[in-house]
Design a protein around this ligand. Structure first.
Ligand code: 0O2
Length: 242
């Protein structure tokens, strides 16, 4: 049983690594920063089964414990998390069984992450076995918060003092502000990159690329990016032109 879950993890890791490599080659940027996986230990599976009041049978456990095979994807930006979700959900050998969007609706303690429970076929020698894998997709900031919260939770054996819980909720809000700010900055820089104008340096008799917004800051009279003549005919602009 555990081997089948391991194969399920292998399938999803391969899919994610292919996506990551393809993005890195094509765009020089990947929405996937990091991928890790873990197979829940038999002790943790049993503990979860007991917590959920299940019969300790393989059938009950396989039906009700959804995160025996777990894959975690970290992304730089919140929009990347949804992008990764869309790319996985669109693969036609993957069946999405359940989605929990703790980014849109964070948990009471501040936990944020996008969870998708998926089923992937594993091709064994004599049959095809559908395996459930829980994929957690989140930003680096959310991941940082979740791993610390997890440690604190286990250190206090679930009885975390209220002051610490309040600080964790604050920290989750801070992490979210950081995510939102970083994403806005990233979008601004992308927008600058896609609309560059040209500024002719009077001293160097050459043209350098400047984002439109900067060009207009230094050259307000420019309604459109300055036309760039062929190098041989470059004019010398007076400083009053600029
Ligand atoms: P571990 O040690 O990471 O394996 P369900 O039976 O599906 O209704 P479940 O399994 O609690 O209930 O579902 P959920 O909410 O999808 O949580 C599954 C996993 O998400 C957890 O597994 C954690 O890894 C992570 N997670 C959920 N809530 C929190 C949280 O508040 N803080 C942190 N740090 N992680 C969380 P396990 O088995 O609880 O833990």
């Amino acid at each position: 049983m555990m081997l089948q879950y391991k194969f399920g993890i292998d399938e999803i890791m391969t899919k994610l690594n292919i996506l990551r490599e393809e993005f890195s080659h094509r765009d020089d940027y990947s929405p996937i920063e990091h991928v890790s996986s873990r197979l829940k230990s038999p002790e943790s599976i049993l503990a979860k089964a007991v917590r959920k009041g299940l019969e300790p049978t393989i059938e009950q456990i396989a039906a009700e414990v959804h995160d025996i095979a777990g894959v975690r994807v970290t992304c730089s930006f919140i929009s990347d998390a949804y992008r990764v979700y869309d790319m996985l959900a669109a693969q036609n050998d993957i069946k999405v069984l359940q989605v929990r969007d703790y980014i849109a609706a964070p948990k009471e303690n501040g936990y944020q992450s996008l969870h998708m429970l998926i089923e992937v076929p594993v091709f064994l020698s004599e049959r095809v076995h559908p395996v459930k894998v829980e994929v957690q997709i989140r930003t680096i900031a959310m991941d940082f918060w979740a791993s610390l919260e997890h440690k604190i939770y286990y250190k206090y054996e679930g009885q975390v003092p209220e002051t610490l819980l309040a600080e964790l909720r604050d920290a989750a809000a801070t992490a979210n502000r950081l995510d939102v700010t970083m994403e806005r900055l990233h979008d601004d820089v992308k927008a600058l990159g896609s609309s560059t104008g040209r500024y002719i340096d009077p001293n160097k008799a050459g043209a350098i690329e400047l984002p439109d917004t900067l060009l207009r800051t230094f050259w307000p009279q420019a309604d459109a990016p300055a036309p760039v003549p062929a190098p041989a005919e470059l004019p010398r602009l007076r400083s009053s032109d600029v």
